[in-house]
Structure formats: structure tokens, C-alpha cells
Design a protein around this ligand. Structure first.
Ligand SMILES: Cc1ncc(COP(=O)(O)O)c(CN[C@H](CF)CCC(=O)O)c1O
Length: 366
């Protein structure tokens, strides 16, 4: 039998419009030969006209307010984070959510940055603990907290912005990951769009809405950090390839992007609904779910005496690709009272859901 995947890592290539992507790449190649081979493609922030398209599209979809000049394109979120770090001095204290995005945690640790983790409550990062920790820079994922799936409500966003505005050297890094897919709640405006003091550094990526292999991500710097970036980092050449940038621009400007997101939402919402129905039928009160209001995964904790490792072993033996929350519990503390897992449905076709739930049941209870 074949593998069935609850992975949250990738998107479903079967619904990606490769034909229209190819047409956009063809147009980009024909139209933008200038940008492709002169030094504008090495511009550290990425091609200007691409940044104009992204700035327009973010203002419509996320209420982000920025000039193309404030956008820095890069080959991945981690790389942009690495660049951003150069703008702050060694004494900067960073804080991030726990559970949280381990790849950023490990990056800051590797750079020997001062780093504290802050646990969540049901509205996202705990404001009380944030005040106690008193960092200079706090990294949050408000759209669909990674990995717990909490959607940060407006009230908590305002509290966070007020915290940042209270003192000079305070910033919020808003990683707007997984912001394309909202279900029950309608779109909540970005922190960046609500910020009137220039304290929010906005991160975004095309890895979820297009393809992870594209490696095109972006950060938006407030004016005074942009000035510092240009003084310190403008010798670093662009790390996102020009053809990828120009193809994304064509894909967005032609309307194909909006159409693709709409299509993906329809497909994913149907899968999520069917998956949740089957899970509830099968597991009932043995399972508690969180974070299903948005994104391409939610989490589920199970009442069982089996350990996470035993469950992981059994899942593997029945060819079920299943990720648990242990790797995202930073600072070595497992934050859950029961075995908890990430249940992604981006790579789970409708006709595999039944079998997938059966294999999950086998892994945990049989
Ligand atoms: C919170 C968060 N911010 C950004 C990205 C995107 O980074 P990039 O493609 O480099 O732009 C991810 C990507 N997360 C992984 C892919 F889904 C899964 C988790 C894992 O890395 O283990 C992420 O979780």
C-alpha cells in the first residue's frame, strides 16, 4: 500500500496551475530580458517592478502599508531573518513563541543571540510573560500561530502594538505565514497595517501559496531600519533569482494568483471539513483539536497511554506520514499533557481521508 501524508510541509502539486505558471515564465523571459541580465537582477532588494506588484497585492490582501522601497526579497525566510539580525546590536534580546518555529530558534541560537521563549495562551503569545521577559525584538506568527494554529485576535494585536510603542528599542517581527487560508473568521488585518509607530517588520513567503521550491520570501522594513539596512547590507547581492521574481510578478498581475488562491481555498476547506468529520466519528472525546480556523493544518491531542515515540513508530509501520509537536517545543520542554500531533491536509486527497484516519487510529489505539 502507498504512503498517506498528514504532512504540513508541502502543498498539493496536483492543484498547482503549472500551465499558467509556464505561460507566465515564458512572458517573463520574453519581456524582461533587460532585468534578467543587467545588474538590476543583482539589486540586493530584488527587482523594483516586482516589489511594486507585491506592495500593491499586500495592501489589498493583508492591509499592509508600504512602499516598494521598503521590501527586501530573499531566498527564504531564514536568510531574510539572518540579514535583519545584522541591523540590531549584540546586546539585543530576542523573544519568540513556544511552541514555535524551530528553524528560526536554531538560527538565532547558532548566531549566539540572546533569546527567550514565551508560551502561548488561547489568544497567542502571552502579553504578561512578554512584559516580564521585556525583550527588544519579539517574533510572532499571528495569522495561524505556527505550529499551534491559534489565530491572534485584534484585541491581542492591539496589546502587542501598544507594548512595542511604549519604549524606544522595541520591535515586532510579524511572520504572516499561512495567512492566505482563513476559514470561519474573515481576514484579520496584519499587525503591520495597524502599526503607526514603525515597529513592525513584516515577513511573508510564497512557499505556501505557490511552491516551497520557489524559494521566494520577502520582508518589509520600517523606514529607519531600511536606512540602516542600506548603510550596512546593501553590498549583499540578491539571493532570489530574477526569473522566479519576474514569473511571480506576471502570475500576480495576470490575475492567475488570485484565481489559484480561490481554488486552493475551495479544495482545502472541503478536505478539512471531511477530515474533521471522520476524526470526530472515529476518536470522539479521546481527541481534542486546536487551530482549525485557518491554515493548512491543525493540531490534535489524544487520550492514550501510548508514548509519542511508540505512536510515531506504528505510524511509520503503516506508512502514515505523521508529525508530532515535540520538535516545536523549544527549550527542551514538552508543553502538552498528552501526545499531540500536527494534522496537515494539503497533501491528503479526499479519497485518502478515510484510510488516513484508520491508520491514525491503528497507530494510537489498536
Ligand atoms: C513559521 C514559518 N514561517 C515561514 C516559513 C516558510 O519559510 P520559507 O519557505 O523559507 O519562506 C515556514 C515554513 N515551515 C515549514 C514548511 F511548511 C514547516 C515547518 C518546518 O520547517 O519544519 C514556517 O513554518
Amino acid at each position: 500500500k502507498n504512503w498517506i501524508s498528514f504532512s504540513h510541509m508541502s502543498v498539493d502539486r496536483s492543484i498547482f496551475p503549472f500551465d499558467s505558471w509556464l505561460a507566465c515564465e515564458h512572458t517573463a523571459l520574453k519581456r524582461s530580458q533587460l532585468e534578467l541580465n543587467d545588474d538590476s537582477s543583482r539589486f540586493p532588494q530584488g527587482i523594483y517592478s516586482v516589489r511594486q506588484t507585491i506592495s500593491r497585492f499586500l495592501s489589498v490582501t493583508r492591509g499592509v502599508k508600504c512602499f516598494p522601497e521598503q521590501i527586501v526579497l530573499g531566498g527564504g525566510t531564514q536568510f531574510l531573518f539572518y540579514i535583519l539580525r545584522q541591523l540590531f546590536d549584540e546586546s539585543t534580546l530576542y523573544a519568540m513563541e513556544n511552541p514555535g518555529y524551530r528553524r528560526i530558534y536554531e538560527l538565532l541560537k547558532m548566531e549566539q543571540m540572546r533569546l527567550k521563549t514565551i508560551i502561548l495562551d488561547h489568544k497567542g503569545i502571552s502579553i504578561n510573560l512578554l512584559r516580564k521577559t521585556n525583550p527588544n525584538v519579539v517574533y510572532v506568527t499571528p495569522s495561524h500561530q505556527f505550529p499551534s494554529g491559534v489565530v491572534m485576535p485584534i484585541s491581542r494585536r492591539i496589546q502587542l502594538l501598544n507594548w512595542a510603542a511604549e519604549s524606544e528599542n522595541r520591535y515586532i517581527i510579524e511572520d504572516d505565514y499561512d495567512s492566505e487560508f482563513k476559514y470561519q473568521t474573515d481576514t484579520i488585518p496584519s499587525l503591520q497595517g495597524l502599526d503607526s509607530c514603525g515597529r513592525v517588520i513584516y515577513f511573508g513567503t510564497f512557499s505556501k501559496s505557490l511552491l516551497p521550491g520557489l524559494r521566494l520570501s520577502y520582508m518589509i522594513l520600517p523606514q529607519h531600519l531600511l536606512k540602516k539596512y542600506r548603510e550596512k547590507c546593501s553590498f549583499i547581492m540578491s539571493t532570489s533569482n530574477a526569473l522566479g521574481q519576474l514569473t511571480v510578478q506576471q502570475f500576480i498581475d495576470s490575475g492567475a494568483y488570485r484565481k489559484h488562491i480561490k481554488h486552493m481555498k475551495q479544495v482545502y476547506i472541503e478536505r478539512q471539513k471531511k477530515l474533521i468529520k471522520h476524526l470526530k466519528n472515529r476518536f470522539g472525546s479521546l481527541m481534542t483539536m486546536h487551530g482549525a480556523n485557518a491554515g493548512l493544518h491543525f493540531t490534535a491531542a489524544f487520550d492514550t497511554r501510548r508514548t509519542i515515540d511508540e505512536i510515531a513508530h506504528r505510524a511509520k509501520s503503516c506508512k502514515l506520514e505523521l508529525y508530532n509537536l515535540k520538535p516545536y517545543c523549544l527549550d527542551g520542554s514538552y508543553l502538552y499533557s498528552k501526545p499531540a500531533f500536527i494534522l496537515g491536509f494539503a497533501n491528503l486527497p479526499l479519497d485518502k481521508i478515510d484510510e488516513g484516519v484508520d491508520r491514525l487510529y491503528y497507530s494510537i489505539y489498536q
